[in-house]
Design a protein around this ligand. Structure first.
Ligand SMILES: [Zn+2]
Length: 713
């Protein structure tokens, strides 16, 4: 999945505090011993014991005893992925004899050429992709049907298959070591940069998943994604105990994102807000437990009381094309565990990849050991440090004071921590549109903006030359380059009257991505190490830029109280999403432990897991047991164990911000961090801040923030 490592980032302001429906890379997934599926028998590894013994003798005789361990390692790694279709023992022997680099000079030449050529491959594939998406991504007039076809085409989709077929992948496996996360963590800190680059070279070929398995994963992802994207609740048709409608006509909310965001905005409704929030919680619980009537899903033709669970034909219409329902045909039969059937499909499809991923043979291992590169045990310990922190209790007290009532479970989405602003949105819009009427105006101003962030004039100009600004069709995004000869692209929204403040705020965030992308491609010592450890890091670096947007407009920085409010908002969001991530992790373990489980059993297990985690970490703060809300996230159903990325994103952002504060100036510190490249998160963070990834920075900042906001004004 690292073929082209996250070059396109579509981000929204506060992406980590509001789970965004961003594009997920469909990760080829893994598994293990109980995979007895023999539909790919021709794709099974072929044993080459006689050939291996013979080749070891010959190669050691030719290159000397010191090469023996490299020879053994190479033979083992090639055999692991060699299949009948690759050739018989004769082909195997010929291949190994011709391609083993038995002396340092040949090995260096091989490494250098692979590095250079793979940069070209990645870079040009990415250029094709960028050009093909241009009509979709940029503000260039109507999209015709075929534009979608170009935009959806991925020229690199079969590169890994091709490289096994033409044996370029086997040459890498014969000469460079495959590593496990355990090895990278234990030995990584003492490896040379070249050794790290070799790790990333072999990483690409650590799996050889058959095309039909990958297709099955893509289909499961698409099917579960469709299920989620059509799961709307028609709010006007919810009736309370007295038969009243609390929500306006035509309001249609997608589960769970829109439902959660409605809870957040209902804090501003002093009249009906609380009743609305309680009702949404009731709806969410019925979704998690699957006691929601099937007829109530995406159907404006009925009225539903989520407390009694009664459904009746809609007494009044608000949709343009309502489904007409007759009372006689109507019942409140529950949704038949479809939610969990979808999740099981993603599990079943993922498991089929397990036998083809020897260094990470389960989806859980692939997520933590390959994608996140933080062992699951440590990851879990970090999340538990957040959810058991006494700061949750203290923050909850503060929220209760502000709300004037005891907390209720939906208050895990409390949205009242807000930085105050001296300027109205309109004032800021006027300032921005005058300064940036066009994309070119922003482009010209980049060196200036970067100097305000502490970059030297020389570095600011250098960076500006590597960033091209384009007018975006959507809100904006950053698209890095895949090779040094290409530029990073900053896509920003320009309205008719020029850029507005929201657009500027996003542009500054995307510029942070572009600067990171430029340093981590053009200034890193090996292009094989291009990038940062994972998406959370590039987001954290972009948030550093974004947090200084007012200063870039020549206005004062947010005061201490505003900063403290923002910190508390982040802490509360991290506290919430950590529990959600722990549920996601436990549910995937349950599926691996019960591979024959049915949707009904998975429903029961998920509800129990959500309750257990709530009871352990949230009930002491909310004083209510057996709440199932932590199981409501849509990405738990369609995103293959993706949710743990959110809490770790918050933690990393705080660590980096704290380091920037200590350093005083952003520019040189940002460059130093971004040039480290794609090593493990802990190694990157130790280089950046002197400590591994952890929760302390967020918790320390929260402690200070609580003191600040409770101090008399
Ligand atoms: Zn971003």
């Amino acid at each position: 999945m690292h073929w082209i490592h996250v070059l396109l980032l579509i981000c929204f302001v506060g992406a980590y505090s509001a789970e965004s429906q961003e594009t997920l890379s469909p990760a080829p997934m893994p598994n293990s011993s109980n995979a007895t599926d023999n539909s790919h028998s021709s794709l099974r590894p072929v044993r080459m014991n006689d050939s291996k013994a013979k080749l070891e003798r010959e190669l050691v005789a030719k290159y000397g005893e010191p090469q023996r361990s490299r020879v053994q390692q190479g033979l083992r790694q090639v055999e692991e992925f060699w299949r009948t279709e690759d050739g018989d023992a004769g082909v195997f022997e010929e291949f190994v004899s011709a391609n083993f680099a038995g002396d340092q000079a040949t090995l260096d030449t091989m490494f250098n050429r692979y590095e250079g050529l793979l940069e070209q491959l990645d870079g040009h594939m990415h250029e094709i992709n960028r050009e093909f998406r241009q009509q979709l991504d940029l503000d260039r007039g109507p999209i015709l049907p075929f534009d979608e076809g170009f935009g959806g085409y991925d020229p690199s989709a079969h590169v890994i298959d091709d490289f096994f077929q033409n044996k370029l992948a086997f040459t890498v496996l014969l000469n460079f070591p495959l590593t496990t996360l355990d090895k990278r963590l234990k030995n990584g800190p003492s490896w040379s940069r070249r050794q790290w680059a070799e790790v990333r070279l072999t990483d690409r070929f650590s799996k050889r998943v058959p095309a039909d398995v990958n297709l099955g994963i893509a289909q499961a992802e698409a099917e579960s994604g469709r299920y989620i994207s059509e799961y709307n609740i028609w709010m006007y048709h919810l009736l309370d105990q007295r038969g009243q409608r609390l929500f306006p006509p035509k309001m249609r909310l997608l589960s769970h994102w829109n439902l959660r965001d409605e809870i957040k905005s209902d804090y501003a409704d002093s009249q009906n807000g609380l009743a609305k929030q309680r009702m949404i919680q009731q709806v969410m619980e019925r979704i998690v437990t699957q006691t929601i009537p099937q007829e109530a899903i995406n159907n404006p033709g009925i009225d539903w009381n989520p407390y009694t669970n009664d459904v009746v034909p809609a007494a009044t219409q608000d949709a343009d094309t309502p489904k007409l329902v007759q009372a006689a045909d109507l019942n409140n039969v529950r949704e038949p565990d479809t939610r969990y059937a979808m999740l099981l499909k993603t599990f079943t499809a993922s498991r089929k990849a397990d036998p083809y991923s020897p260094t990470a043979p389960t989806l859980i291992a692939r997520r933590f050991e390959e994608d996140r590169e933080i062992p699951e045990v440590r990851f879990k310990a970090i999340l538990e440090q957040v959810v058991t922190s006494p700061l949750a209790q203290q923050t909850a007290k503060l929220i209760e004071t502000r709300l004037g009532r005891p907390l209720e479970p939906f208050d895990i989405w409390y949205s009242g921590f807000r930085p105050g602003s001296k300027y109205s949105e309109a004032e800021l819009d006027a300032m921005v549109s005058e300064r940036y009427p066009t994309a070119e105006a922003y482009q010209k101003h980049i060196p200036n903006l970067l100097m305000k962030l502490g970059f030297s004039p020389e570095r600011a100009n250098y960076l500006a030359q590597h960033i091209a600004v384009d007018p975006a069709r959507g809100a904006g995004h950053a698209m890095g380059a895949g090779m040094r000869s290409a530029k990073a692209h900053l896509r920003t929204r320009i309205e008719k009257n020029g850029m507005d403040y929201k657009g500027f705020n996003i542009a500054v965030h995307e510029m942070g991505h572009n600067v990171e992308q430029t340093f981590s491609l053009n200034d890193v010592d090996h292009t094989l190490l291009q990038g940062v450890p994972n998406t959370a890091f590039t987001e954290a670096l972009a948030f550093v830029f974004q947090g200084h947007d007012l200063e870039l407009l020549g206005l004062p920085a947010p005061d201490a109280r505003s900063e403290a409010e923002r910190t508390l908002n982040d802490f509360w969001a991290t506290y919430e999403i950590s529990g959600v991530a722990l549920v996601d992790m436990a549910v995937w373990h349950w599926m691996y432990d019960h591979p024959q489980g049915t949707p009904a059993q998975l429903n029961e297990a998920t509800v129990q897991i959500a309750k257990d985690i709530w009871n352990r970490y949230y009930a002491p703060v909310f004083h209510k047991n057996d709440v199932v809300l932590l199981g409501v996230y849509s990405h738990m159903i369609d995103a293959f164990l993706y949710l743990p990325d959110y809490p770790i994103g918050h933690l990393i952002a705080f660590q980096i911000e704290e380091q920037m504060r200590k350093a005083g100036s952003i520019g040189p510190e940002f460059e130093r961090m971004a040039k480290m490249g794609r090593v493990t998160p802990d190694l990157w963070m130790e280089n950046a801040t002197g400590r591994p990834v952890g929760a302390e920075a967020l918790l320390d900042a929260t402690r200070r923030a609580l003191t600040t906001v409770t101090a008399p004004k």
